[in-house]
Design a protein around this ligand. Structure first.
Ligand code: COA
Length: 160
């Protein structure tokens, strides 16, 4: 499994699973109807460090971004986002990618990492907790989940 920085050419291979994940409306606080153009601007934003995971035949099976969560004097706190192709989920890719991004953030000098909006029903909460993140608080009934109804959004943090 190769984890490398993304190039612009990777976007067409990220978009299919990006679209599948966001249009499901279960995990990200983005419009499920987000167009490809807007999605590209969100994910491949020049302010973000973007990573991809290559599968066996140079396919892209996952992507992540790393960016400052705040500006100015608080720019030492990172934010990151993760997406694994649902067809490749549950096989350790997300854990490996998250460990890589945490290490990259630390190497870049970030002092901590924050996830601003982790849907409380997302199995990813267990992954983040196992990687040392704690729930700082929960915004109640913030996210309208297609199956669970109104659920909370966790703010999660770990020092680096
Ligand atoms: C969350 C996500 C990045 C995890 O990637 P993954 O490759 O599926 O996860 P892994 O196979 O590395 O599993 C890591 C851990 O995640 C948890 N996990 C992942 N999927 C799970 C599921 N469907 N049910 C229960 N636990 C799950 C487990 O705690 C697992 O622990 P283990 O390593 O001890 O088995 C991926 O499922 C994904 O892209 N989901 C949709 C987008 C999303 O939710 N992003 C995160 C937003 S906060």
């Amino acid at each position: 499994m190769l984890i490398r920085e993304a190039s612009h050419d990777d976007w067409p291979r990220i978009w299919p699973f990006w679209h599948r994940i966001v249009s499901a409306g279960e995990t990200y606080a983005w419009d499920p109807g987000t167009s490809e153009e807007v999605a590209r601007a969100l994910w491949m934003n020049p302010a973000k460090q973007v990573y991809v995971v290559e599968g066996d035949t140079s396919t892209v099976v996952a992507s992540a971004y790393l960016t400052p969560n705040y500006g100015g004097p608080a720019a030492g706190i990172a934010n990151a986002g993760f997406m694994v192709d649902p067809d490749r989920a549950g096989r350790g890719v997300g854990r490996r990618l998250a460990e890589h991004v945490v290490a990259e953030a630390r190497a870049a000098g970030y002092r901590g990492m924050v996830f601003n909006a982790v849907v409380e029903t997302n199995p990813a909460v267990a992954l983040w907790t196992s990687l040392g993140f704690t729930i700082l608080g929960t915004v109640p009934e913030a996210f309208d989940h297609p199956r669970h109804g109104l659920v909370g959004l966790h703010i999660m943090y770990r020092a680096l």
